[in-house]
Ligand binder design. Structure first.
Ligand SMILES: Cc1cc2nc3c(=O)[nH]c(=O)nc-3n(C[C@H](O)[C@H](O)[C@H](O)COP(=O)(O)O)c2cc1C
Length: 223
């Protein structure tokens, strides 16, 4: 995530990111350090999640305040789950329902952003914020090493899509074998986009369907 020239001149900046392990992904936290240098007047956030935004936007607001940045508004957008170790994205009907609700909500958000509305950020129930924030804090230091559970089955033809798509440049192919280098961000794009569905994580992923947002194509994500 590099700050582009346009962003430097923008008076409004939107942070649009997925909720990971009930909080702000590390990569987004690093981006805040760069954002500090341009101090936009209006910053809003959209946290994509699968139904448990928990304390993510409150955490983001605090992390920003710590860097002298103000989060003026923050919304939760519920999408199908892409956390494949726990299951697939749900039936197509369920996915479509979520897309429709999200689209409607985005219309309202667009109007609010255009009028530069300042309002409290959205958050999950109190019990979730307490319990899941503890889990987030406990897991964060180990996320980069969670790649130990990746493996490929016999369908892998070393096409290199996973190598290319990984935003952390964490995968390479050595002697026809995939190697992970312990700086994983856990986005799981490698699994979701493996053309042969050969890449797996832990024991259960071989039976779960892959998920791509219907409007995102592989070329949009290639490095
Ligand atoms: C590592 C990881 C952790 C996740 N943690 C959460 C979570 O704590 N709460 C939640 O609601 N969704 C969680 N998700 C689901 C995603 O946030 C959600 O499916 C994603 O934003 C879908 O976005 P897209 O349709 O724009 O690709 C997680 C996904 C991944 C890959």
């Amino acid at each position: 995530m590099d700050i582009q020239k346009q962003a430097v001149n923008s008076e409004a900046v939107g942070l649009i990111f997925p909720v990971h392990i009930w909080g702000v992904p590390k990569r987004v936290l690093s981006f805040l350090d760069k954002l500090k240098s341009i101090s936009p007047r209006y910053i809003f956030a959209l946290a994509n999640n699968a139904g448990q935004v928990s304390n993510t936007l409150v955490q983001l607001k605090k992390e920003m305040a710590f860097r002298n940045l103000t989060l003026s508004s923050g919304w939760s957008i519920i999408m199908p789950s892409n956390y494949i170790p726990w299951g697939g994205p749900g039936s197509q009907d369920k996915q479509n329902e979520r897309f429709q609700v999200a689209e409607l909500k985005l219309t309202t958000i667009t109007e609010k952003v255009q009028s530069r509305i300042e309002m409290p950020v959205e958050k999950g129930p109190l019990w979730q914020r307490i319990v899941f924030t503890c889990l987030y804090k406990l897991s964060l230091p180990y996320v980069h090493k969670m790649d130990a559970k990746f493996w490929t089955d016999e369908k892998c033809n070393h096409c290199g899509v996973c190598v290319n798509i990984c935003p952390a440049q964490n995968i390479d192919i050595q002697y026809e074998k995939l190697t992970w280098h312990n700086h994983c961000e856990q986005c799981l794009a490698c699994i979701q986009w493996c053309p042969k569905e050969s890449l797996q994580y832990g024991k259960k992923t071989p039976v779960y369907p892959r998920y791509h947002h219907p409007e995102i194509k592989l070329r949009d994500l290639m490095n």
